[in-house]
Every structure is written in C-alpha cells, then in structure tokens.
Design a protein. Structure first.
Length: 475
C-alpha cells in the first residue's frame, strides 16, 4: 500500500498534469480577476465570450447565464428581457441605454423601466425621476415636461434666440429664471438674435430695434456724396431703399452751367463756356443766332427795353440783312443787330468778363454839321448803344462820347467790362433794370443799336454797313 506522502506527491503530479493540459487547450484572458473580460470585451481563445463582464461559454462551463443565444432564446428556452441602466440607482432606467438579457446584469445597476429623464449621477441624477419633488433649479425634476411646477415664482418668456428678450407667445411661471428664458416679453423677432429692443438699426428691411419702424437708421437724411456721379449730381441724402443703404440724388443735371464754382450740368467741368461767360466769338459759335431789324423809328439811343421782339416798332423796308459777319441796312431811322443764344441763357457774372465790341462801320449817306463844326454821317447822340437782354430785365450800356462821329470809316475796338465799373469809359444808362447782377446772370441776347443820319443831299437813302471783327464776342 502506498504511503501517505506518496499519495500526496501523486496527487500533485496529477493536478499539474491537468493544469498543463488545460493551458494547452485554452488561454484565459490576461486581466485582473479570474474570467474577467478584457477592456475591449474580448476573452481570447478557447471558445469564451464576454457576457456581463465575465468570460464564459454558451454551452459549457463556465456557463453564460445572461447571454441571449442565436435565435433570440435563453439557455432554459425562456424569453429574454430588456433591462435599462440605472446608474444613479433611483429605480428608474435610462431609455437610451437598453440591455437585452436573459438575467439581470450584475456589472451595472439596471431596472426594467425607462422612465428616468436624468440618469447621470454627476449631474444630480438622483433628483430626477417620475414624481420626484421639484427643486427650484429651473429644471424638470419630476420628468413630466414641466419646470419647477408647484413652486412660487415669476413670469418668464421663452428666449430661443438667446438675445435676452422673450417671446410673448411662450410664457411660463418658474421659481427662478430657467436657462433659455427671459424676464420680459419684448422680442419682436424670436428667431433672430440680432433683432431686439436696443439693437442697432441697419438698412436691411427689418425692424432691428423693435420700435415698429423699419430701416429708421440714424444716418437717414444725412448729407452724402455719391462718387459715381459728377458735379452737383453727386450731392445727396442717405436713404434706405429696398433694404440697401444708398445716397439718394438730390439735384438733377441743369441744362447749363452757371458761374457758381459748381458743375451744374454734371459733365465734369465747372463754370464752362459758353454757359458761364458766354461765347468767345459770336460768329464762330453754333449755338448763337444773329439777325438785324429796321425799326422805322428814330430812338436817338434812348430805349425802354430790348428791341428785337418789341412790337411797338414796325419792321421797315428795306429790311436789314446779315451776311456772314456783315450787317447792312439803309434809312435814317434806328437799326438793331442781335447775337442771341439759341435756347437758354448765358451767365455773364464770370469774373473779368468783357464784351469785345469790335467792328468797322461805314455809311454812304450825306453828312450833317456837328455842333463843334465837324461833319458826320450818324445821328447826333452817343452810339452805338449796347443792350443786354434776358428774362430778368435789360441793361443799356452807353459810351458818354459818340463813337460813330465821322463822315468816313469808323473802326470801333471797345472792350466793355461787365458790369461797367464806376468811373469807366462805359456806363449803365437810364431805364436799365436795377438788379444788375440778376440781369447778367441770365443774358439771352446782346443787341447793338445804331442810327444813321438823315438822307443825303441828293435825296438817296442812307446806307450803312458794320463789318464785325472775328473777336466780336465775350472772351
């Protein structure tokens, strides 16, 4: 019979052999705790699977008690159940964390309901479950969709755009202001956080500051300049049109430029001729119309207005003519020549504007004796007379001493300052309009008045010619 010591030794050898054989058959995962699953829920070789944190087998030891077999049945042929994590252990499970098991899990707390609305212990989960007492925390402790019900508090309004102003259509009563709510109902655009009382109004087609006015920007009607336009047309006022901040044009282009240091007609040139200053040469400007008239009356240089269109004087025969730059007429009565703008007026207030009255006059008539004993073929008064005509009146410009004072050819080269200065060679005569600058600002026509002497001693009509110099104009 073997001794006791020998039996012990044989037993140990058999146990070692069995262990060696087991190791050769499968490999237990290298984890803390016998039969515990790896962190990735793996169990290594040997037919092990991870079930509820334990490495087991579906049909052998160690048996997987909770695992659902293929086909959706349990080991005992029963039907699996759905469990829900209850991490805060308040008896109510997390709907988002279901576990389909044949037995209650042991690795995590579970329940068979999914009624919890906060299962996070770190976020006070134990205060949240169905029928839990409400806390004054602005949260739904009882999981019924109502915040702080039953607690005394104030009136608040939903602030879904987080601009500090609430929606009057979504009120609520809470013991304190919840997150996402406001203590006022002043929002007029609940889906736009940039729109609320006190917001900066901008030009965008919205009532940004909720004052019931749209696009009432602070800069409205303030002066502005539109760089895309020229001259006075660039001047404007700020306006909001169709949700766009614009510089609304105030002034349209004028038909002509006046002498005001502004580009009135918006063409990029300021105080341009002939609008400002008149044409430099009457006979070389396509906008100037010239003509002449025999007035059938001896005016003696004194008139009450301009003469071209004056119906008080009839047109006499033979009629005066203008051919090229030569004015011709006959008879001893007064005659008028004009150079007129064809549409519009000239502004002759331009500094240093002068009228160059340059012409050579001849007469075929007889002569008469001047008081000083000389002979002349022109009437005995100061002539020629110059008339400046416009819608605002007229100016009569005269030279104190007659310039047509000879029986021969007379060359006149007079530069008349406009307006004539005090003490100058030319003066503003009687009957002129008192507003001198007003007349000069709108001159429609320049008229030249002459009056030959009576018929010659032979009884033939007096004839005359005025041959205007090319520089006759307003340089």
């Amino acid at each position: 019979m073997p001794s006791t010591d020998r039996l012990v030794r044989l037993s140990l050898l058999a146990l070692g052999a069995c262990v060696a054989l087991a190791i050769a058959c499968y490999e237990v995962p290298r984890v803390d705790g016998y039969y515990s699953c790896n962190a990735d829920a793996e169990c290594g070789d040997g037919g092990f699977v991870c079930d509820d944190g334990v490495c087991c087998r579906e049909q052998e030891d160690p048996l997987c008690i909770g695992r659902v077999l293929d086909g959706g049945t349990c080991l005992d042929g029963g039907t699996p159940m759905t469990f829900f994590e209850d991490l805060d252990e308040d008896g109510f499970g997390n709907l988002t964390q279901p576990l389909y098991r044949c037995s209650p899990p042991q690795s995590v707390p579970t329940v068979t309901n999914s009624d919890d609305c906060n299962d996070n212990p770190a976020a006070g989960g134990r205060l949240f479950f169905p029928n839990a007492p409400e806390q004054c925390d602005g949260l739904d402790n009882s999981c019924d969709g109502v915040i702080d019900e039953g607690l005394d508090g104030g009136r608040y309004y939903r602030d879904q755009d987080n601009d500090g102003f609430g929606d009057p259509a979504q009120p609520g009563t809470f013991c304190q202001k919840p997150v996402g709510w406001a203590d006022n109902a002043q929002d007029c655009r609940v889906d736009n956080g940039a729109v609320h009382p006190g917001a900066l109004e901008v030009c965008n087609g919205l009532d940004d500051d909720c004052n019931l006015q749209t696009d009432d920007i602070p800069e409205l009607n303030q002066p502005c300049v539109d760089s895309s336009r020229l001259g006075v047309c660039a001047e404007g006022r700020r306006a909001c049109v169709g949700g766009k901040d614009t510089c609304r044009q105030l002034v349209n282009p004028a038909s002509q430029d006046t002498c005001n240091a502004k580009d009135d007609d918006c063409d990029g040139v300021t105080d341009e001729r002939p609008d400002c200053g008149g044409p430099t040469r009457f006979f070389a400007d396509s906008t100037v119309v010239v003509g002449a008239r025999h007035l059938n009356s001896a005016l003696n240089g004194v008139v009450g207005g301009c003469l071209k269109d004056n119906t008080a004087y009839t047109n006499a025969s033979p009629a005066d003519t203008v051919s090229g730059d030569v004015w011709s007429g006959s008879d001893q009565y007064s005659h008028v020549f004009w150079a007129e703008r064809d549409g519009g007026t000239w502004d002759l207030t331009r500094p240093q504007t002068t009228l160059k009255l340059w012409a050579t006059f001849t007469s075929s008539g007889g002569t008469y004796s001047n008081p000083d004993g000389g002979l002349n073929r022109w009437a005995s008064h100061s002539q020629p007379v110059v008339l400046l005509c416009g819608p605002g009146g007229f100016l009569r410009l005269v030279h104190p001493a007659p310039l047509l004072n000879s029986a021969g050819t007379v060359s006149i080269t007079q530069s008349i300052p406009l307006p004539p200065p005090d003490g100058g060679a030319w003066v503003i005569g009687a009957n002129s309009t008192s507003d001198v600058q007003g007349v000069l600002r709108q001159v429609k026509r320049v008229e030249v008045l002459v009056q030959p002497a009576a018929t010659s001693t032979t009884g033939t009509a007096v004839g005359f010619k005025a041959d205007f110099h090319p520089d006759f104009g307003l340089p």
